[in-house]
Design a protein around this ligand. Sequence first.
Ligand code: NAG
Ligand code: NAG
Ligand code: NAG
Length: 930
Amino acid sequence: MRFPLFAAVCILLRTTVAVFADEAWNVDYHYALLGEPQEETTFFHQPNPTSKASLIYTLSKRGVVGAVNPRDGSVVWRQLLSPNLTSSTDRGFLRAGEGQDTIVSGYGSQVAAWSAADGRLAWTVDTHGPLKDVEILELSDGKIESGAKDVVALSGGGSPAVQRLDGASGAVKWQHKFQEGDEVYQLSASTTEVFAILLHKTVLGYIKIRVVSLDPVNGRKTDEYTLSSEKELASAETIISVGANSASPIVAWTDAAHSVLKINIIGTKTVSSYNIEKQDGQPVEKIRIHAPYHANSLSHFLVNYQTATSHWADIYHIDHTRSITQLAYSLPNIAGQGSFSTSTSDANVYFTRITQDELITVSSASHGVLGRWTIDNLGLVSAPHEAIVPTHTVSELSVKGDSVSAIRTAVLLSTGDWVLLRDSKPVWARPEALADIRSATFATPSVLEDFQHKLDVETHRNFVGAYLHRVKRHLEELKHLPSYMSSMPQRFISGFLGTTDEGAMASDSFGFHKVIVCATGNGRLMALDAGSASRVLWSRRAVDLDSSESWQPGLSSRADVIVLERGSGKSRQTFNATNGDPLPGIPDTHDLQSGLGVQYTLRDGVLEATRTDKANAGSVWHFTPMADERILHLVPRPVNDPVASIGKVLGDRRVLYKYLDSNLALLATANDASTSAQFYVLDTITGSILHSSAHSGVDLQAPISSILSENWFAYSYTAEASDASTKGHHLVVGEMFESLVPNDRGGLNAATNFSTVQSGTDPFTLVQTYQIPEAISKMAVTQTRQGITSRQLLAVLADVEAIVGIPYNALDPRRPVNRAPTKDEQMEGLVQYEPVIEFDPKWFLNHQREVLGIENVMTNPALIESTSIVFAYGLDIFGTRLSPSFSFDILGKDFNKFQMLATVAALAVATFVVAPLVMRKQVNTRWQFT
Ligand SMILES: *[C@@H]1O[C@H](CO)[C@@H](O)[C@H](O)[C@H]1NC(C)=O
Ligand SMILES: *[C@@H]1O[C@H](CO)[C@@H](O)[C@H](O)[C@H]1NC(C)=O
Ligand SMILES: *[C@@H]1O[C@H](CO)[C@@H](O)[C@H](O)[C@H]1NC(C)=O
């Protein structure tokens, strides 16, 4: 009869075993991003000649080459070409030969070939000069030795040259060097020749286009001639580059006013000249040429003209016999911005035009429309008060008879979203603008803000007042009872089945659904929901940037107001975090930064601190590093860093008092001459140094990161190999106390009234060094509402594309060295010191996902004490919730209401059944005679 109870215990036990696994992929989210695709380096291509389905390949603005599955928008593979994301201005090149199973990228000075199916590196070659062009040779002699088509690369710099690289190995087959003086510009290859286009600067400062034709077999110069006349081209910007591998490559240029278009078929010396007519009296702002990229396609091309208000296009055919271009037909002028793409099918060429509301496809041969679709909604992401326009497109189509039966178009929108349209229906959207976040902040949506305010009132009143307030709050909440009751059945069922909706922001009583507002490199603000995966709440244009302008915005927030600062000292704008609406008022900065007494500037290598309040402005102190030292970075204590207890309770209930000062900062400097790094803990009010340490033999190319929180700091560096030790990564943790004697406050003992400026007691610092298996590129620390929960050090491991959360326990400098911990120390949770910290697989926040290019990690407290919200950005976006001391104030997702109710029911039944039996037994015992 014990069985039901036993079964119930078993059920409960079984469910508590799996605590972690079901939270992964549930509380966390990850966007594997590529960055905004670029027009010239994005195309559909079949990963190998036998496959029917093609992938979309791109080399993005962020220097990532990758393949995306057009069916669902998932990344098939990607490779980061530049470790230096923010400073890359390189456009790069990406080419795929017809019927080839590798794709070739050119970036910086590196040419690399990647397996198109899985992104494995086939070979890489350094050309020792900035690449100007990379092309694949489609030769008509058909002599492909190893199956892979050869590559030609044009590099500039000190010794400009063209190189032919073997398609299978990357070995240099020949090299043609140019004399210095002319700027190398572009490569074009026909089936029989390789042309290098050079820009020759004349005495008057104009530019002449010079074409050098080379023999593809041995790289010898076969011809050289100059195209444009004197005084025709003032700058290279008006040359319209054209794809290389068409049957007859062309070069086109225009004058600064965009009034004449000149076109030359490369290899011939005739230049055709076309007057550009103005439409609607608006000057032409941009001209683009779209041509097929295949050597066996018809030699037709499209010239797209764009004015501020409208766009149109002319289609030209090349007459090979007479070596001239002829205007075939025109596509009419349409208001607004539009974009064109080129597709091929056998030798036929098709042009697809996309505008805000329409998609049409024409054949290059004649103007008859082969397919027309109406677009209802170009943007999947809501961006009100804003016209979303297509920036550039690539299409893949299948033609049946005289019409296009299906078309897939990947469009980059002006919002930075990359959208795939099947016919005219959006199938997926990738928010690629998020790959370039310049600044981000957490904000509290207004719903949550009200609730948080009420809770704050309760914590700060005496308990009678707080109780009354709480009763009042519950009475107020009664008015939501009818709607609550009506949603009851649904809630009951979902609670019963454990399918509670995580997405609801309105019913977020744990404070998980904070708003993360990000300022992106394309001048937009985008808001994400910190609590639910993959949701862009709103997106809006914040500033209009020139294409060349790079901005360094600052974002901060107060409750549900976002303040955007356009670079230092520039104008400020405010927005509502809940919906992104601009707000009229500009808040006083002082309000936002109350508590911060000083601000720092780095001028001529000297760190200068000035007061923030304007009435009392002036420099407070300077930090001048020693000769040859340069300042790496300064990490202040987080503004919001609540500390629950001023002491550390030891195993024997005595207390070590923490050295707590909200005005602390950790400064790191490097000395390149002696390859050493120095770390200083500064009091930012007085500028005094509270602790310093120096390490020699430091690899200054490797990342150096640091963090300061509560009364402890941590930093990491990579030590070079020396006689005594091998190369390795080190993590140093220091904890500061008022005194190292328990129950003693040192110099502060009797002070009731204390000022750092006057008394200046120094902390006692315990320091411990650990060896770690990976270099840490960035550190952060978890934040909770009241700071009761223990902290975790969050470390970005760039080399393994991961983020780990290291519990402070593992780092504690008080871990006993060379001896086992005493009973008291065990009570505290201290374990014996080990010089090496291995990263426990459970510490990896990203689990098995690769989080690429993370540059910053931010944390923010949830409403419940146990939980800290984490958001990491860089190239990828990663977010999660952490409970460093486990979720002591919330039932986990694994808590199964059904099983609990079933157990209670089973127990009730058992009691009901067993009770009479027990009663009978007792009665029997009484009446039994022995
Ligand atoms: C990265 O960028 C910095 C700053 O722009 C530059 O000094 C450094 O040389 C770059 N590193 C690489 C590997 O490109
Ligand atoms: C922001 O918008 C929300 C929802 O429209 C509104 O409730 C809130 O009051 C607004 N906040 C401010 C500061 O205007
Ligand atoms: C704090 O100390 C200063 C100087 O030692 C004194 O002038 C001031 O009145 C003291 N304040 C309090 C609240 O005791």
